[in-house]
Write a protein that binds this ligand. Sequence first.
Ligand SMILES: C[S@@+](CC[C@H](N)C(=O)[O-])C[C@H]1O[C@@H](n2cnc3c(N)ncnc32)[C@H](O)[C@@H]1O
Length: 249
Amino acid sequence: MGVAAKLPGPARRVAVRSTRGIVRALGLKGRSELAFWTDVWDRSIRDGNLWGERALELSGDDSIAEDYVGRRWQQARAEVNRVLEEASIDDRNYFDGKVVVDIGPGCVGFPDACPAKRSFGVDPLAEAYREAGLLLESEAVYLDVPAEDIPLLSGTVDVVVCRNSLDHVDRPTTVLSEIHRLLRTGGELILNVDLDHPASPTEPHEISRESLRSWLADFEILREQEWDHGHAGSDQPGHAIVIVAQKPL
Ligand SMILES: C[S@@+](CC[C@H](N)C(=O)[O-])C[C@H]1O[C@@H](n2cnc3c(N)ncnc32)[C@H](O)[C@@H]1O
């Protein structure tokens, strides 16, 4: 009898077999997150759409691709341009030659389309996403670990992107310490956070701008911008903040 067969009912239904030959059961947070990507996000793209505001324009194309993989790459390019635009970075070559780490990339493909020297995605669901066929094939390296403990050397990363994921992690302040550790001196953090929304299974933290600023005490904030933004892509009112911060020289 395999390990999965010994698990209790609800967990057994969501057991994920990884290429490492182990069976992992996702908790409620992981199951809810994965269900969003498979049942909502990916389904929409399979149905012929792109996801999110102005995705086609941000992809740089004139029309939505006919095939699924084409739409996935359009979406991925759109997310790279979205990150730059939200951070008011006009230099389209900003990522060139850099080591870039994306915290909580989900399946949107930022690490895949990012034109960096090396591009990493850090997400504890990375293996589950890959198993579900949700990751693009690219030279990006996905690490199937929580961002509270990232197996990369200190001071080796030029840019960390953390978009719509700080409220999803288990320990936001530990993640910010880990980002600080990874960044080289003068390296930059592009942080985008949905503020003040009620906690949910996938977003266990309600984050205010005041707590965010205090958590960034070890960084130098270069600029920040806040705007109204429907929470989680929905009609619920909400607002988001983008902070570009630097590990001080
Ligand atoms: C809403 S998605 C963000 C997707 C993408 N960054 C974007 O801009 O749309 C949040 C992601 O954070 C991931 N996540 C949850 N806990 C995490 C942790 N401890 N460390 C890193 N990522 C985590 C989730 O698995 C999920 O893929």
